[in-house]
Design a protein around this ligand. Structure first.
Ligand code: NDP
Ligand code: HSE
Length: 440
């Protein structure tokens, strides 16, 4: 066997992902050593509670609650605790101690990425984070390295496994939101606080990371428009199906070019209607898919497991091997390029198609009033479908009806002002839903 130099690896966290990383590191040590050019010695595993049940059978003597001491003297620190603190402090401590860092922590990178990358730059360390967006799917390296010579125009994708699992089960089986969320938690897909998944925070963090890399721009989390899936109910899913759509939580990152050539970006996360014939409609379970459109490369699609302990461990270990190779070969890390620093526009500037569902009085002139308000608001109607909900037996004309209006592309600000006017018009009983239509 080759006499490799030994690199000391510290693992922080042994939950859904960390336990699988430790297991694979121990099981495949010799093979990983050949790939990395170094023996990877798992020096210890820092956890919160030594007695917690683990998903893998790991040597008890490796466990400690003293992350700080474990980090000192380590060559590579793998942070899989999640959350901001103490992850931030421990990552900065690892960098200051001379280690390279591997992390899957999108919450940390989306909020304190600049601080972490600057600290790493100062000491010539590298931070690897392939698992921080779209789980097992290689998307960070393609954006950072493979597409470094191209200009990314648009990224559109499903980047949260938990919400895709929930929406897919609701769509295909009519499952109940709360039941499927509990299953996603049991399967290790959900964040420690699943609000991060269902309210779109996790997807927004990933969108910020992807947009930063794609557009060479620092994208603060508060520049990302975020809506979650908690308002999506069985009726909306059924109505989408009826119109030939499926509802998906999408992350959209776009480069916008104004008439004068100036550029800006739009980064947003929301549940949207996707045509059932679109490839994103066939992304089932906890899978993710990311479409990247680049000027020279054209359309690229990345697909695979977006969550799950062992799947994510694959991406983490790929980073560990890269970190080990760099450690052995030496040299300064590539750093993050944010030189373009394009401004992010608010959601009101976005141009897309919409589906507006209204409950209206079913009487003469209502359709004309609704059409008039849309026209005044510069929102052009593409399709209209009316279904009678409740007819008045005496007049046959004064019950309620459901109107589903599909629009041509419109500006979000115009659309939202128009919907406000519709709601106040006197002919609309209720705005049932307003959903964007993405993917053409
Ligand atoms: P878990 O909640 O399953 O595990 C977290 C681990 O960190 C536990 O072992 C816990 O210890 C330990 N930990 C938490 N706080 C502390 C602390 N203060 N001190 C020491 N140890 C601590 O998380 P996951 O494995 O699901 O996720 C880990 C990271 O990977 C997160 O950043 C997540 O966003 C990311 N990620 C997760 C994916 C997934 O599918 N689960 C996919 C992609 C990324 P103890 O066990 O003792 O409580
Ligand atoms: N909770 C996240 C998800 C884990 O469901 O996608 C993967 O980042």
């Amino acid at each position: 066997m080759t006499d490799y130099r030994t690199l000391r690896v510290a693992l922080l966290g042994a939950g859904a992902v960390g336990s699988q990383v430790a297991d694979l590191l121990l099981k495949h040590g010799d093979e990983l050593a050949d790939r990395a050019g170094a023996k990877l010695e798992l020096a210890g595993i820092a956890v919160r509670n030594l007695d917690s049940k683990r998903d893998a059978d790991l040597p008890r003597e490796l466990f400690t609650t003293d992350a700080e001491t474990l980090i000192v003297g380590s060559d590579i620190v793998i942070e899989l605790m999640g959350g901001i603190e103490p992850a931030r402090t421990q990552v900065l401590h690892a960098i200051a101690s001379g280690a390279d860092v591997v992390t899957a922590n999108k919450a940390l990178l989306a909020t304190h990425g600049s601080e972490v990358f600057e600290a790493a730059d100062q000491v010539g360390a590298e931070v690897y984070y392939e698992a921080a967006a779209a789980g097992a799917i290689p998307i960070i390296r393609p954006l950072r390295d493979s597409l470094a010579g191209d200009r990314v125009v648009r990224i559109m994708g499903i980047v949260n496994g938990t919400t895709n699992y929930i929406l897919d089960r609701m769509d295909t089986e009519g499952a109940d939101f709360a039941d499927v969320l509990a299953q996603a938690q049991a399967l290790g897909y959900a964040e420690a606080d699943p609000t991060a998944d269902v309210e779109g925070y996790d997807a927004a963090q990933k969108a910020a990371i992807l947009a930063s890399l794609a557009f060479h721009t620092t994208v603060p989390l508060d520049a990302v428009h975020r809506e979650g899936i908690t308002s999506v109910d069985a009726a909306m899913i059924e109505s989408a199906r009826h119109a030939g759509y499926v509802i998906k939580l999408l992350a959209v990152c776009e480069r916008l070019t104004a008439a004068d050539g100036s550029e800006s970006i739009s980064v947003r996360v929301y549940p949207a209607l996707v045509d059932r014939s679109h490839p994103l409609a066939s992304v089932h379970g906890a899978n993710n898919a990311v479409f990247v459109q680049a000027e020279a490369a054209g359309d690229l699609m990345f697909y695979g497991a977006g969550a799950g302990g062992v799947q994510t461990a694959s991406a983490v270990l790929g980073d560990v091997v890269s970190a080990a190779r760099r450690h052995i070969a030496g040299g300064v890390g590539v750093g993050e390029s944010t030189r373009a620093n394009l401004p992010a526009v608010p959601i009101g500037h976005v141009i897309t198609r919409y589906q507006i569902t209204l409950e209206v009085d079913d009487k003469p002139g209502v359709l004309a009033t609704v059409a008039g308000i849309l026209s005044e608001g510069r929102v052009s109607i593409a399709t209209v479908e009316q279904t009678v909900i409740e007819a008045d037996e005496n007049t046959q004309t004064s019950g309620s009806a459901r109107l589903v209006i599909g629009t041509h592309k419109a500006r979000e600000q115009d659309l939202s002002e128009t919907v406000e006017r519709l709601a106040a018009s006197g002919v609309v009983e209720r705005v049932v839903s307003v959903l964007r239509v993405e993917g053409n």
